[in-house]
Every structure is written in C-alpha cells, then in structure tokens.
Design a binder for this molecule. Sequence first.
Ligand SMILES: [Zn+2]
Length: 344
Amino acid sequence: MITKSQNVRYSRQILFTGIGEEGQSRMLNSRVVIIGCGALGSAQAESLARAGIGKLRIVDRDFVEFSNLQRQTMFTERDAAERLPKAIAAANHLREIDSNIEIKSEIADVNYSNVEQLIEDCDVVMDGTDNFVTRYLINDACVKHKINWIYGAAVGSYGVTMTIRPDVTPCLRCIFPEAPAAASAPTCDTAGVIMPIVSVVAAVQVSEALKLLTGNEENLHGSLMQFDVWRNEWRSISTGKPSGDCETCSLRKFESLAAESAEFAAVLCGRHAVQVSPSHPMRVDLTQLSERLAPAGEVKGNDYLLRFRTGEFEMTIFQDARSIIRGTDDISTARSLYAKFIGN
Ligand SMILES: [Zn+2]
C-alpha cells in the first residue's frame, strides 16, 4: 500500500501510534477541501499537504495582498506583487512541498449554486472562511451530504473551533441558530488578528481532520473549544448530541442552499471594498474585456484576473465574472460600477 519513498517521507508520522502505516495509507487516499485560503486556510493547507493527504482542493475567491503576509503563511511578497489568486499561489507552494499529491485550485466565491459541487466526494471540509454566511452554506451542504466539517475562526487573540459530524454531533446551527449581529461581533477589521491564535485554531482543526481520516473518532475532542492566547484562557464546552429541534440537522431545511437567500454583493471585511457577483454562473474572456475597458482607464492583469482603475475606484475582475471593487463600502455604488463596466 505504501511505497518505499512514502515510507521515508512519512516515517515520523507512521511511527506515531495513532496513525501507523494503515493510517498513512488512508490519508494518502483521502480528499480534503479547504474553503477559504486566508490565515487559517494557509496553515491547514500546509499541514495537510505535509501530512500526505492525497487530494486537496483549495477554494478561495480573493488575491494575495501585502496586508496578508503578517499571518497568511502560505504567501510571499512575490505573490502579493503579482496579485495572484490565493488558490493559485497556494497550489504553487504546495506543489513545491509535495509534488506527488493532487492539488486542485478553485478561484470561486462559495455560494448556494456551487457549494455542493465543491464539497462533492470529499472526506472532510476545513473551514478557512471569515464569515457566517459561508459557514451556514458549508453547514447546510455538509449536513445534507453527511460530510464531516471542521469549523474554525480567529479574531484578535481569540479563536474557536468545533468538529461537526452530521447525525453524531450538533451542527453549526444547533450551536449558533443565528449569525452574530454584524455590528456586535468583532471582526479582523475592528479587532485585528495576531498569527499565534491562527496557528492554535488551525492546529486543532488539522489534528481533528487527521483523527477523522485515520479512523480515530474516539480521540475527537467533542466540544466547542475556545482559546485566547493573550488573556491566557482555554475553555472547552462539551457539545454532546444534535439538539433535536434544529432547522438544519433535524428538520433538514437547507435555507442557505435556496437561491432566494443568496447575496450577490457583499462588503468585504477590512478592505474598503465590495464584492459583486453575477446573478448566474458565467465566464468572461479577460482579453476581450481588457480591450473593451482600455479606453476608460488603466488595465493590468495576469492569467487569472484583470485590474482596472477608474477614478478613485479599483476593480479586480475574475474569470467567473466576479468583481472586487475597492474604494467604497457602499453596495449600490459598487453595483452601479459593475453594471457600467462589466454588465449584468
Ligand atoms: Zn443542527
């Protein structure tokens, strides 16, 4: 099952009693999806690639910026200068870490229309997102398809994580029936974030993934774990069984997967930017678009995106016709720029 070179590469992990040769072989035959490749996703992706997870799918909607480098360990100055999409930059680095595993990049915003397809055929989904809208989407899709997923969040010096196993543990909605009100919850925008808490949360998430993938379910922590590395607080609240009256896991109402609840424009945390998505899935020809936009402003780009500057705004346009519009926090301004330059 395990080749000679794999035996060498993973020797310290094979020696570990919880894993052994059988566990390693199971990991090499597993597929893990990482949704969001920012700080948490970077740490998860690197650990999982090094551990020899055979297939990794990296999903991210954004490109690398200099303000990411303080905590998003996957990326370098060159990635930021080239504005590479995070899913592409991460895959490039992961291939240098392990050229034998299969790594797939998905430059996409996770929404009701693609989430089920993105998590398809995978053994575990890792939460590397930064918002509850996407987490409820992941929760709905994972509960519906009975796929384990590992919630994680970090802001300031505080972090939280929980492992969700449909039918066995509570789901995200059992614990958080409603998303925290936008104004009350601290965000990376208002509270900043330091890298050590990211490392702690990602380490616990990855440990849980390894336990699930190697059949060590009895070692899962079974709780909502909370950490504060600045205040030195470590708490773990046992989560027990599913709540029994949850809309998602008991009544199987998958509200987030319904098109009516989809949001097509969203203000991005801490960026003075708004993301606008097309109302239906589509592809744009970036070369053609670039020619069309040239008379109206400065256009630059790479194989994956275009950057268009007009007045005080900067629009980044991806192949899936999404645009991140910088220079405003106002959704209607962003929508009208989108309509004017890209169409609808
Ligand atoms: Zn539930």
